[in-house]
Design a protein around this ligand. Structure first.
Ligand SMILES: Nc1ncnc2c1ncn2[C@@H]1O[C@H](COP(=O)(O)OP(=O)(O)O)[C@@H](O)[C@H]1O
Ligand SMILES: [Mg+2]
Length: 418
């Protein structure tokens, strides 16, 4: 299959040479059983690449599962991946198969491999080299035939120097390395992607299509996109749902992308620069600014995770919740808080999301009464979502409107094995 057909079949947008090259390598390696290491910043499409490689491989009719090594608690990851025997640890009331057993014949995508504990790395190396593994608490060696695709947004080679990652495993994994380029390094694709996402979201939420004027386009091109395509997609969703005018100007876009305004005006951040060693009043270099944006972005993500966890505690919303709502609300340009007013699609949100925590506690009594049926429905929904996304937890979580961590917790809680 040529790269152009892969793009249309898997909805991959973009024409940047680095992206095309990455797709070519993915295409070439798909038919083999070689281990692939996909490197790239968060949100560039690493998981999308893993799904493409599996779908183009002879294993395509066998299971594919995505495991986020960074989201699984260190104490359970061995048992998740390799299974355990009854009584292997406190709480192991039954024996359980791990992914390397259930996915036999298929592909496992190990996301955020740099977060894998060093003990698990030893087990992984063994299964990669010999196809052998042992359940936690067992002494019986078992065989499996699983193809591994790993991904990282870290500098794994650097991790090997500090002892955080096994060097032998690093070389074993990077048989075929694929680097997915950051969005800021393929500017030419930014507007293409935005148009595609905006059109998709207008369809999904049944809002009229939007268009960007020249200044808005310029703003998207100049913005460094620390969260890459995932961030661009979120912005496209927010703008598609929340924009009052269908032609979006630069000024209107600032509401959704306040950081972009700072860039276009080349603002320094005086309050923070006083903390740096540079002279007072001196502006940040481009790299310093990049790092700061990354920091802000990470903070924002943590905040989102917290919000999603709150969703998890106050009950799962019915129906699709726009990803927008799991994102920070667009900040007003003055940086202060102003209660945003939302058009209809957002009214489907559970009121808890917008109510202060103190009043949510009020409803505890009612919730206890209903919790049984809610949890049944919830379990059902989770199973459905997992099935629909063929075990890909990130996608299932995103569809359910909860964080991967929350989904993980619920899978455990409901003992969902699929
Ligand atoms: N080239 C692309 N064209 C269209 N959508 C893309 C492209 N690359 C990534 N995406 C979308 O961007 C989002 C983030 O991609 P993902 O694979 O989860 O990134 P990563 O695993 O690198 O964090 C997903 O919704 C994915 O479908
Ligand atoms: Mg990812």
């Amino acid at each position: 299959m040529d790269v152009q057909s892969i793009k249309s079949r898997f909805g991959i947008i973009g024409n940047a040479p680095a992206l095309n090259h990455a797709l070519e390598v993915a295409n070439q390696v798909a038919g083999t059983d070689l281990t692939v290491l996909i490197a790239g910043e968060s949100g560039v499409g690493k998981e999308a690449f893993s799904a493409i490689i599996h779908a183009l491989s002879p294993r395509k009719h066998n299971p594919f599962i995505a495991v986020n090594c960074g989201a699984i608690p260190e104490g359970t990851i061995d048992s998740e991946l390799f299974g355990h025997e009854k009584g292997a640890f406190t709480g192991a009331v039954d024996a359980r198969k791990g992914y390397f057993e259930t996915v036999n014949g298929g592909t496992i995508f190990l996301d955020e491999i740099g977060e894998m504990p060093i003990g698990t790395q030893a087990r992984l190396l063994r299964v990669l080299e010999t196809g052998e593994f042992i359940r936690v608490g067992s002494s019986k060696v078992q065989k499996t035939n699983v193809r591994v695709i790993a991904a990282t947004n870290r500098d794994l080679l650097d991790f090997t120097r500090t002892g955080k990652f096994r060097e032998d495993l690093y070389y074993r994994l990077s048989t075929v390395p694929i680097r997915v380029p950051a969005l800021r390094d393929r500017q030419e694709d930014t507007l293409l992607l935005f148009r595609k996402f905006a059109a998709d979201f207008s369809d999904k939420y049944r809002t009229p299509g939007i268009q960007l004027d020249a200044s808005a386009q310029q703003m998207l091109l100049q913005y460094p996109w620390p969260g890459n395509i995932r961030e661009l997609k979120n912005i496209a969703e927010q703008v598609s749902v929340l924009s009052t005018d269908r032609v979006v100007t630069g000024t209107a876009l600032e509401r959704f992308l306040p950081q972009a305004k700072a860039i276009s005006e080349n603002l320094s951040l005086p309050a923070i620069s006083s903390l740096s060693t540079s002279q007072a009043g001196q502006e940040f270099t481009a790299t310093e600014r990049d790092i700061l944006y990354k920091l802000f972005f990470d903070l924002k993500r943590d905040l989102n995770d917290l919000k999603q966890a709150l969703f998890g505690m106050t009950g799962t919303p019915n129906g699709p919740v726009p990803e927008t709502m799991l994102n920070s609300y667009p900040a007003p340009p003055n940086g202060g808080y102003a209660a945003p007013s939302y058009p209809t699609p957002l009214n489907r949100l559970p009121s808890a999301a917008l109510t202060p925590v103190s009043t949510a506690a009020h409803e505890d009594a009612q919730e206890v009464e209903e919790s049984l049926s809610i949890s049944d429905v919830e379990k059902e929904l989770i199973i459905k979502a997992l099935r629909k996304h063929r075990g890909r937890r990130r996608d299932a979580a995103s569809e359910l409107g909860i964080s991967e961590r929350t989904l993980y917790r619920k899978i455990k809680e409901y003992d969902i094995t699929d």
